[in-house]
Write a protein that binds this ligand. Structure first.
Ligand SMILES: [Zn+2]
Length: 453
């Protein structure tokens, strides 16, 4: 009896080892295919250099959709299609400008209007009130009326995982304008969400609270933020802001979707994607051209190797992540309406940097199962698995349908140097780092396709 048990155990272990050997061989083929023949870098060059910044509703976004459709077809999905959704249409409307003055002294400040913010339309001049935190805003609420509030809340340098510093300081960009408007501020200047050593301002969406006036808001580069905070601590500086942002009526946008039909369980869907829109002040190379070209590359590599997935795999370039999330919402709503069974979704939206691993939002049992795959990904750099994570565009799949989701986690030290700033250009992306991200994503998609969760 004991002998039989040991024989069975031996056989199960042997089968498991054989499967893992087969998987590691296939992942190696995927890696070689991508590292030798990838189109990701060239696709990124075309997207960023011939189309450039592509905010929802812009003519560049329309071009990007056509580019994405052609790229997905060329990579192996002949039936790639556009999925329509209504998107907000915010325009910057002109060049954002700011000047600080004190007596005869004046200095131009490098600023950029926050996305979705109202413009000043004509130049707006007011004294500056330096505020270092929301707690200080509450203490000084009597001083706010008639001022331009300057939030100089720093991106916390002690947080090694930079996304934590982003979500911490991000409150000032999102909530800062309305919190200041509540006490009568005329406009807001927000310290850029970065610890970069240059002076580029970083835009990003703000969100007004409808209970208060929608006041203009800009982000300021770090050199100028330091200068302004020193000056305003001693002297009563005024700032003149001139911005032009406004909304046009909602317009039609599209998710761009490629697909490989499943050979064994076609009614089970796996989604992999990034977002095609970007801010208008940059080329959107790391955010999120990288995620888009990695997504297309996985399709190309599967096709090149003749891989026939068991489940249906969707390759999605999402619309309007930056200032509305309408693309991600539409994708999840339609999946729900059609009763599609989405078993997993993966997004790359943290930059095209060296992959470290993945963050997962799923059950304990599912995470436990995944951990046996870490050693298969470790040789390619993506073996660090952690709890929590996903992506803005696939979040609605998780919220509406309970789909397990994951996000590629590249090294995060340089991401916020470029994020939403004019420096987020093609030249900031390293070809090999970009490709290694695609290798690890492709491997994870393959494993989920083969074994489920
Ligand atoms: Zn992004």
């Amino acid at each position: 009896m004991k002998h039989l048990f040991l024989t069975c155990l031996y056989m199960v272990t042997a089968l498991f080892t054989m499967a893992q050997n087969e998987d590691s061989a296939f992942i190696n083929r995927l890696s070689n295919e991508i590292l030798l023949n990838s189109q990701a870098y060239n696709n990124l060059r075309v997207l960023t250099k011939t189309i450039g910044g592509r905010l929802a509703g812009s003519p560049q976004m329309v071009k990007a959709e056509q580019w994405g459709l052609a790229a997905l077809k060329a990579a192996g999905s002949r039936d790639a299609y556009l999925q329509e959704c209504m998107v907000p249409h915010w325009i910057r409307g002109g060049k954002d400008a700011a000047k600080a003055t004190y007596g005869k002294m004046s200095k131009n400040l490098d600023v950029i209007a926050l996305g979705n913010a109202a413009g000043t339309m004509k130049p707006l001049t007011a004294p500056v009130l330096l505020i270092r935190s929301f707690e200080e805003l509450e203490r000084r609420k009597e001083d706010v009326k008639g001022k331009i509030v300057f939030y100089n809340y720093p991106f916390n340098a002690t947080l090694v995982k930079t996304f934590q510093a982003y979500s911490d300081a991000g409150r000032y960009r999102r909530e800062g304008p309305s919190r200041a408007a509540k006490y009568g501020a005329l406009a807001v200047i927000v310290r850029s969400l970065t610890q970069s050593t240059d002076n580029n301002p970083h835009t990003g969406s703000t969100a007004y609270n409808d209970s208060f006036p929608k006041i203009p808001a800009v982000a300021i580069g770090l050199h100028d933020a330091e200068w302004l905070s020193k000056q305003t601590a001693e002297k009563n500086f005024a700032v003149t802001l001139h911005t032009h942002g406004r909304f046009l009526p909602d317009t039609i946008g599209h998710n761009v979707v490629g697909e490989i039909k499943g050979s064994a369980q076609p009614a089970e869907y796996i989604t992999v994607g990034g977002h095609l829109d970007s801010w208008d002040n940059c080329e959107g190379a790391h955010d999120d051209g990288a995620g888009c070209v990695q997504t297309i590359e996985i399709l190309r590599a599967f096709t090149a190797l003749g891989y026939k997935p068991k489940k249906t795999i969707r390759f999605v370039l999402f619309a309007n992540e930056e200032n509305g999330l309408r693309g991600g919402n539409k994708y999840a709503e339609e999946a729900k309406e059609k009763g599609e069974r989405h078993i997993f979704a993966l997004e790359s939206d943290a930059g095209g940097f060296t992959p470290r691993g993945f963050g997962f939002t799923l059950s304990d049992a599912q995470f436990e199962k995944l951990t046996s795959w870490q050693k298969l990904l470790a040789p390619y750099g993506g073996g660090e698995f952690s709890r929590g994570g996903g992506g803005a565009d696939i979040g609605p799949l998780n919220r509406l349908g309970g789909t397990p989701v994951a996000g590629l986690q590249p090294d995060s030290q340089r991401y916020f140097d470029y994020h939403h700033a004019r420096s987020d250009v093609f030249e900031a992306v390293n070809k090999r780092e970009l490709e290694l991200g695609a290798v690890n994503m492709a491997a994870l998609i393959y494993l989920v396709d083969r074994y489920g969760l």
